[in-house]
Design a binder for this molecule. Structure first.
Ligand code: S3P
Length: 408
């Protein structure tokens, strides 16, 4: 598996404020993480990347000139960097402007900017309120007790990063269960008060592994092992759902720990699937896996109910709407709910006759593209994705891995 995307982002962004050179092996080289890498370079860090080994040396001080950073498609870059810059830039410094692509410019930023402003952050909307682009200037921050209303690791991380530079304590409470990679990496760096350095191995990304684990559960005769993936509890909700759906999931030879992150070799094989339920409390640990779990549900016996998932409408695309539409095009029994999906299975998935494939629309969303590619494995006749380059956001060689597994 490619390296974990969330941890790879954090390695770059925390490397910017580290006490000295840092290293991450198995770093994910993808479009999303490259946005964070380009950002810290612009902010003065020295970065080298060779064969998955990232080395980063922080700048001696924040930039004095104004800088514009393009976060591309990456919500993690935009949200985490907003919190970090609000505290790291010295008061009275020139601004750093953050912008993003069309998808990112539609996604909410107020959830980060509003609580940062309560700490004293100087952040201005440059176009529409609540959206990128924004301008961040340095300011003296005060620690504040935050109470989260959404289970977002991006918001939590942004506030913790700002808190590193704030006077007094910053606490983040409220909705729990979201990924804790920021906290773990900060601890690895020697404590929350003053980050030191890190030298970590990035585990395989469980959100990328989920596509092949679901494929193995769906395709008769399959039996796969994903070596060295993250088995951090805040990320393994999809494996727990696979088990609830009747799939045999075993974690073999747990292969150690690095930077506080647990690794394991995860084995999944085909089985007949039962329907499952996913509610709000399950969501943080599988938020990026809903598209592929929806595909799985079409082949599970009974009614699968996914609720408490309205956040999915605010991802790289409206994932509830886009997945419901694509699965319906293949004949699945799917009802789109305000905050989820109701899927009754199993239904045969059917494409079009030779030369007239059913066209599936990815909405340029990497996780939709990969989920529908897996759906095609259990679809009769032909389907085609309207585009497939978006997989480069998190998994540039996804189709090569898929071909290799199909070949075997
Ligand atoms: C991420 C957190 C999640 C997730 C995203 C990556 C992170 O978003 O969907 O792909 O690295 O912190 P939210 O925290 O906004 O739910």
């Amino acid at each position: 598996m490619p390296g974990d995307k969330s941890i790879s982002h954090r390695a770059v962004l925390l490397g910017l404020i580290a006490a000295g050179p840092c290293r991450a092996t198995g770093w994910l080289d993808s479009e999303d993480t490259r946005a964070s890498l380009a950002a810290v370079r612009k902010l003065g860090a020295e970065v080298s990347l060779e064969k998955g080994v990232l080395e980063i040396t922080p700048p001696l001080s924040p930039p004095t000139e104004s800088v514009t950073i393009d976060c591309g498609n990456s919500g993690t870059t935009a949200r985490l960097l907003t919190g970090l810059l609000a505290g790291w830039l010295p008061a009275g410094s020139s601004g750093v402007d953050l912008q993003g692509d069309a998808s990112l410019s539609r996604r909410p930023m107020g959830r980060v900017v509003d609580p940062l402003r309560a700490m004293g952050a100087d952040i201005a909307w440059l176009d529409k309120p609540g959206r990128l682009p924004i301008r961040i200037r340095g300011a003296d921050l005060k620690g504040v007790d935050h109470h989260l209303e959404i289970a977002s690791a991006q918001v939590k991380s942004a506030l913790l990063l700002a808190g590193l530079f704030a006077e007094g304590n910053t606490t983040v409470a409220g909705v729990g269960g979201s990924r804790d990679h920021t906290e773990l990496l900060l601890k690895t760096m020697g404590g929350l008060a003053k980050p030191g350095r890190f030298d970590i191995r990035v585990p395989g990304d469980p959100s990328s592994a989920a596509f092949f684990q679901a494929a193995a559960a769906l395709v008769p005769g399959s039996d796969i092992i994903v070596p060295g993936q993250s088995i951090n509890y805040t990320r393994t909700g999809a494996l727990r759902v696979l088990r609830r759906a009747g799939v045999k999931v075993t974690i073999e030879r747990p292969s150690g720990e690095t930077g506080g992150e647990l690794l394991g070799d995860v084995r999944v094989s085909h089985n007949l699937l039962k329907s499952f339920t996913i509610t709000a409390s399950d969501l943080p640990a599988l938020v990026d896996e809903i598209p592929i779990l929806a595909v799985l549900a079409t082949q599970a016996e009974g009614e699968t109910l996914i609720t408490g998932a309205a956040e999915l409408r605010l991802k790289e695309s409206d994932r509830l709407a886009v997945m419901a539409e694509n699965l319906k095009r293949l004949g699945a029994d799917v009802v789109e709910l305000d905050d989820g999906l109701k899927i009754t299975g199993p239904t045969p998935l059917v494409g079009g006759p030779p030369g007239q494939p059913v066209v599936l629309e990815t909405a340029a969303d990497h996780r939709v593209a990969m989920a529908m590619a897996v759906a095609a494995l259990v679809t009769k006749d032909e389907t085609v994705l309207d585009e497939d380059t978006c997989v480069a956001v998190s998994y540039p060689y996804f189709f090569q891995t898929l071909d290799k597994l199909l070949g075997s």
